[in-house]
Design a protein around this ligand. Structure first.
Ligand code: GRF
Length: 216
């Protein structure tokens, strides 16, 4: 009897290129033993929802301002995720703050892709192009992406994987963003999901991620 598949729910807000990388990696077998339960967006116009629909994956839209209160939105988000029998929540270009009750209920079962080498250019206000504008302003020679577990503090959770990307002399924020997505995000996010699906990832008492060797 094959192992139970890891059921992942992917939270998106925008174009969904990271979601596409995950779907393609499941299709190609780069991500093993995993199925996408659904894609949830806070933004009705997110192209990520189109990508999900095209792939026959349930596409759900929960728009915060369509709820009576922030708490009502948070409750609906958690009930939807619970109802999907989610094993792992994947934030893929997700711009909403994950509520504390969800972080608590899914401790070390929420991962996020951040477009920089945390702790660099991370935390409050560092998202999307702003991350790359700050990296170029600082004149760094290397940037990259980080997959980390989500805890109560923004971008502070245990680091699972990182990949460095060279910054080129004539880079603009857009060019740097694109290179980091292509060379780092779309590589390490699928790889991190495969590691988790293979049962090779744990967080030790010091809050460091331990990745076990691949079993023969
Ligand atoms: C990108 O800037 C990416 O670095 C960050 O979210 C943005 C959109 O990603 N993770 P996507 O195309 O929606 O996956």
């Amino acid at each position: 009897m094959g192992k139970e598949k890891l059921r992942i729910t992917v939270l998106v807000s925008g174009g969904g290129t990271n979601l596409q990388a995950i779907m393609d990696a499941i299709e190609s077998g780069r991500i093993r033993n995993t199925e996408i339960a659904a894609v949830i967006s806070n933004n009705r116009n997110a192209y990520a929802l189109e990508r999900a629909k095209k792939a026959g994956i349930e596409a759900i839209c929960l728009v915060p301002k369509e709820f009576g209160s922030r708490d009502a939105f948070h409750q609906a988000l958690k009930e939807t995720i619970d109802g999907l029998h989610t094993d792992l929540i994947v934030l893929a270009g997700c711009l909403i703050q994950i509520p504390a009750e969800l972080v608590k209920a899914y401790e070390n079962r929420i991962i996020n892709i951040h477009p920089a080498l945390i702790p660099a250019f991370s935390g409050q206000g560092f998202y999307g192009l702003r991350v790359h504008e700050a990296a170029l302003r600082r004149g760094v020679k290397v940037s990259g992406a980080t997959v980390h577990f989500v805890n109560a503090d923004l971008d502070e959770g245990p680091i699972l994987m990182q990949k460095a990307v060279e910054v080129l002399p004539d880079d603009t924020p857009e060019r740097l963003q694109r290179r980091i997505m292509e060379q780092a995000e779309w590589q390490i996010l699928p790889e991190a999901i495969d590691l988790i699906a293979s049962g090779r990832v744990r967080v030790d008492a010091a809050g460091h991620v331990i990745i076990a060797e691949e079993k023969e």
